[in-house]
Write a protein that binds this ligand. Structure first.
Ligand code: FMN
Length: 156
């Protein structure tokens, strides 16, 4: 009954959520996307995939990994999450649009976990965009631990 949480992050929030999930799913393992490329999924019966959203999208390499491994992932107990700062319908749409329909339908748990606007980790352009679009001037921490707890409960 092995579990692996595979995440792809830009500024660390998706990793932080993976760590919180790992803490709640005793005995689970973490792999960032680079490590996951060498991972044998056959060793796991549960796989959780977490992606970071920018401009509505997860990283291309993460999307490709999910597509390439789709047939094998469809045989697993599957969980999907994204980190993003939107809420409600916009966040739900981002979740749905960033995984293939088959993976989305198959997932036992799928949710958005909030995120972080971390000004210290953004480059100049990112800071400029976030100040303009989100109208925030300093870092905002909005990881939703209650959603992570509910998500984890579905795998127990
Ligand atoms: C340049 C930039 C663009 C972003 N675009 C979106 C977006 O389109 N939708 C959204 O909900 N959040 C957006 N966010 C918020 C991120 O999803 C949030 O910072 C999240 O925590 C990123 O995860 P990470 O730290 O693992 O990379 C954006 C953040 C940055 C810096």
């Amino acid at each position: 009954m092995a579990t692996v949480i595979i995440y792809s992050t830009r500024h660390g929030a998706t990793k932080k959520c993976a760590e919180l999930l790992k803490f709640k799913l005793f005995g689970s393992e973490l792999a960032d996307l680079k490590e996951a490329l060498d991972l044998q999924l056959s060793g796991y019966d549960t796989v959780i995939l977490g992606g970071s959203i920018q401009a509505g999208k997860v990283k291309g390499a993460f999307r490709k990994y999910c597509e390439k491994n789709k047939e094998e992932l469809l045989k697993k107990k599957l969980g999907l999450y994204i980190c993003c700062m939107s809420e409600d319908k916009q966040a739900e749409d981002q979740l749905k649009n960033n995984f293939s329909p088959e993976l989305y339908e198959k997932a036992l748990a799928k949710d958005y976990f909030g995120g972080i606007f971390d000004f210290a980790k953004m480059n100049f352009l990112e800071r400029f965009i976030i100040k303009k679009v989100a109208k925030v001037k300093e870092s905002v921490f909005k990881i939703k631990e209650d959603r992570i707890t509910k998500f984890a409960e579905k795998f127990k």
